[in-house]
Write a protein that binds this ligand. Structure first.
Ligand SMILES: [Zn+2]
Length: 92
């Protein structure tokens, strides 16, 4: 069975999805961006989880402030994702 994970040229990658999460939650994405973002989430459990965590954070914090969403958080997620990749898809 063909896998759905294959990237098409217009698909966004995880790093882009992570960068879009805040705007997505703020409703600030353009429609085409939002569609790509949601399409990515549909095939990416890691970003789905990240979005869920971000939602929780925002619920606890009340709202998004730039101080809450530091580049460090994005870096951490990307590092985490790289680890998932190397654990899951490493065939050598
Ligand atoms: Zn992703």
């Amino acid at each position: 069975m063909p896998r759905m994970m294959r990237l098409r040229r217009r698909d966004i990658v995880c790093q882009q999805a992570v960068e879009l999460v805040t705007s997505y939650l703020e409703g600030a994405l353009a429609r085409s961006q939002r569609r790509r973002f949601e399409a990515h989430l549909a095939g990416c459990p890691h970003c789905t989880e990240y979005l869920a965590q971000m939602r929780t954070t925002i619920e606890l914090a009340g709202r998004i402030t730039p101080e809450d969403l530091t580049p460090q958080m994005q870096d951490e997620f990307i590092a985490l994702y790289r680890r998932w990749q190397s654990e899951g898809g490493d065939g050598h």
